[in-house]
Design a protein around this ligand. Structure first.
Ligand SMILES: O=C(O)CCC(=O)C(=O)O
Length: 289
């Protein structure tokens, strides 16, 4: 059913993805965020609001220094979904990585203009299902830390738009800050604290205007094939890498250079990629087939 819904609509909602304790721990971590101006750093995370209306957006939050968020990296509620949809399964580049993680907090009047759509067809925004396998360029997981209902500025999606061949005629202008509240065919994704919205980035999305008082709190995780890289060039601190399990490190750390036999890449990292033979580790180029 999940595969059917994801293919049909481009998104699905996993209810109660986080436990109440996990939600509480992350809300406490939010409360510890310092007041930051745009561009300022908190550990290895940086406030970088997408637009003047999107609110407080702490990019690279997984590396802000607060371990409360570590559990998100490979959370059992969605790691199999993202691996299945964007993990290049069954190929020589099988794997998954997170290249962006953002803690957002948005107050009354805030919104996020609509963007993306299947018509773009860049590899990163691609949606594809071929020969029995999903080949998504990017899958987003948006985890709600507070209930998001009518008037709360919910994330909005245009169901099915990941397969669209045309740009939405009324998409407006992202840079101008056009709002998507009344965009035909767009719907709000209402969630409870702990729910996770999973969608292929190719599905048109954004967020409606928050009308209610208070702040919406969502953590955004962008998963993609392991060859992807951060657009903003954040590096991963030693502090984060040291405290992570090997499984979590593999998701956070970019794939090692392939086929180069680069002596700087530890052999145990090569061995995590099952397609590489001993020859490849030694500098050869052969792969298992
Ligand atoms: O803030 C939201 O709900 C939408 C976020 C969004 O559009 C994005 O992460 O690309």
């Amino acid at each position: 059913m999940d595969d059917y819904e994801f293919d049909l609509r481009g998104f699905l909602i996993i209810r109660n993805a986080l436990s109440p304790d996990e939600v509480a721990a992350m809300n406490e971590a939010y409360d510890r965020f310092p007041d930051l101006d745009n561009g300022e750093w908190y550990g290895n995370a940086q406030r970088r609001d997408y637009t003047k209306d999107t609110g407080f957006e702490l990019h690279n939050v997984l590396d802000c220094g607060d371990p409360a968020f570590d559990v998100l990296i490979d959370h059992p509620s969605w790691i199999h979904h993202v691996s299945r949809y964007a993990g290049e399964q069954g190929t020589y580049v099988q794997g998954i990585m997170i290249d962006e993680s953002i803690a957002t907090s948005r107050g009354s009047g805030g919104h996020h203009p609509v963007h993306s759509g299947g018509h773009d067809a860049s590899i990163r925004t691609q949606y594809a299902y071929r020969n029995g396998a999903f080949r998504c360029g990017q899958v987003n997981v948006l985890v709600s830390l507070r209930d998001v209902g009518p008037g709360d500025g919910a994330t909005m999606v245009v169901p099915g738009s990941h397969k669209s061949n045309f740009m939405h005629p009324l998409a407006g202008d992202y840079a101008r800050g056009d709002r998507m509240d009344a965009l035909p065919f767009a719907i709000e994704a209402h969630t409870k604290a702990g729910d996770a919205l999973v969608f292929v980035d190719a599905c048109m999305h954004g967020a409606g205007t928050r009308m209610n008082e208070g702040d919406r709190r969502i953590v955004i995780l962008r998963y993609g094939p392991p060859w992807a890289r951060s657009r903003f060039g954040y590096t991963i601190s030693d502090q984060l890498l040291e405290r992570l399990t090997p499984e979590r490190r593999r998701i956070m750390q970019p794939m090692p250079p392939l086929y180069t036999g680069d002596p700087r890449v530890p052999v145990d990292l090569h061995s995590t990629y099952q397609f590489l033979t001993e020859d490849a580790v030694d500098g050869g180029v052969s792969t298992t087939s």
